[in-house]
Design a protein around this ligand. Sequence first.
Ligand SMILES: Cc1cc2nc3c(=O)[nH]c(=O)nc-3n(C[C@H](O)[C@H](O)[C@H](O)COP(=O)(O)OP(=O)(O)OC[C@H]3O[C@@H](n4cnc5c(N)ncnc54)[C@H](O)[C@@H]3O)c2cc1C
Length: 615
Amino acid sequence: MPQSGLPEVTVPRRLRAPAPGWTATADVIVVGSGIAGLTTALRLRRRVDRVLLVTKTVLDEGSTAWAQGGIAAVMSPEDSPAEHIHDTLVAGVGLCDVDAVEALVREGTDAVWDLIALGAEFDRGDTGGLSLTREGGHHRDRILHAGGDATGREISRALIAALDRVRDDPGIEVIEHALVVDLLTDADERVCGVTLHVIGEGQVDGVGAAHARAVVLATGGLGQIYASTTNPSVATGDGMAAALRAGAVLADLEFVQFHPTVLWLGEGSRGQQPLISEAVRGEGAFLVDEAGERFMQGQHPLADLAPRDVVARAIIARMRETGTDHVYLDCRHLGAEFLEQRFPSIVQRCRELGFDPATQLLPVAPAQHYASGGVRTDLRGRSSLEGLYACGETSCTGVHGANRLASNSLLEGLVFARRIADDLTTRLAAGELPEATPVAPAGQPELIRGKRRLDVQRAMTAGSGTVRSAASLAATEQTLAGLAARAVDDDADKQGGPKSWETTNLLHLGRALTYAAALRDETRGGHVREDFPARDDAHFLHHVHLRRSGSGVLEATVVPVPPSNLDGLDLDGSGASTPLDVLDKARAEGTVTTKPLARHTQSVDQTVDDTKETQ
Ligand SMILES: Cc1cc2nc3c(=O)[nH]c(=O)nc-3n(C[C@H](O)[C@H](O)[C@H](O)COP(=O)(O)OP(=O)(O)OC[C@H]3O[C@@H](n4cnc5c(N)ncnc54)[C@H](O)[C@@H]3O)c2cc1C
């Protein structure tokens, strides 16, 4: 097994928080109200008696509502599941779980049609057909979008409207401003609830305990772990951190996607930064350097539409060569009229910030965008802990491997939420996952002050960010260990609060991510390992699984990936004998057929039956 070279890392079992002052019960607790949490809760409530949906702030706060580009799915007869699968596997650089990708793509089409039937309105062309576009790494037009570049907002609106229609149903309870702090476990380490802090009224106020037969974590990503990210402020990795502390396996944490084209607002900019969607390049925008020279041509056959890691690396290389901290995106030739109609939100945001994409070059640089790893699950969404499920960006289903293909994450949340709801329905009806009694966790709780957040972010950006090395990872861990060591001195924040809980979550995840990153020499997927620049398949093909042992020490298991995972993948984009060629040939020979898209003819006016199903 490779050595991380880092000292032992310990993580406590829980965060310091007041003892629960109230208790609630449910069959299933769903944590988070993005596409993953809302889809799970809506599907569950039709079959399970008591569903409790809790969310940290308000229902539409999360990455889902920020998604611009769209949702990928095979919706056109020109496309095929095999091609979407191939593009996903190539982006994941051989580390995807092929079964998970198959499930994503093959169930994705129906899941999207169901979303449309639920009320999501995607953009359509003049003849009324769905308008499909293309993004980096996709070889076919398969990205559905809404409101031009407001896809996530529309999906979020449709799901919340569906929830509002059933809100009076006694089978579902929704609590907003409810921050889950930790997971409750019984004597057999089965997850049986959560502790949560609610800003509420009456009985449900302050820290309480919610007990359930199962918990679904759908808390989104961890973008706030870095100084600069496209993720909203709620993306503090709370669910991943709670799962880590409870002993669940986390996988592929080191694979963080840095989006190549985030508007560069100057060196001091912190927190959520404006994203310039890949779809803008999909419509013809291209990258240039300081001298106005295009630099993506010749780097990859897809040039400016190469997979994100390729584009991000090329930008980083060009910034280093020219000694600058950004490059430029040229959209001017697309024209004001087209840009305003196709990308209304992006254009408006740019103009608010003093940049006009129709007349000016946009300064852009890579920033954190997506967590490809997370709580390791199987194809049913089950984690390594009985009673605990994870969905959406919090999870690691194996769909993304080393790098997520653009617009596959909304699809993943949608498809795996359905799988989780179906699995839980079957298990609860069969009497599995009986109610359990939580036991008090062993060991000392930990908490650092909220004001230390910038220290965590700076350390992660400097050493565990886009450019990494053994030395930079070691320096980051040293800083983070120093912050953890000072936790005991942070008396002023003894009982904690949202800011300090979130910041401690970032610290725990930062240490885990850095540890996992140090176990991987050559790396791909949005970031660069500068001390291992050459491709090295033999040492690359593994997953790092991390879990907290009973003593609190992080234990890593290196899980090899068979070299055959790379077979047939056109990883360098040379196009030589790719599976697409093989597919085309097979189609011509009639040995492969495109899956019929029967639901294309379905009326989009169909509404989903909201009535409760009987078991
Ligand atoms: C700017 C931007 C653009 C993007 N564009 C695209 C795109 O075009 N296509 C695509 O496929 N993907 C895109 N993505 C990624 C995609 O939006 C996310 O991966 C996806 O929406 C995640 O969905 P989710 O349900 O897992 O999490 P989220 O939508 O992030 O929801 C997480 C939920 O958990 C809640 N929560 C967090 N912590 C707690 C806690 N402790 N207690 C209770 N609740 C908690 C949050 O408040 C939130 O409700 C984009 C992301 C960003 C940031």
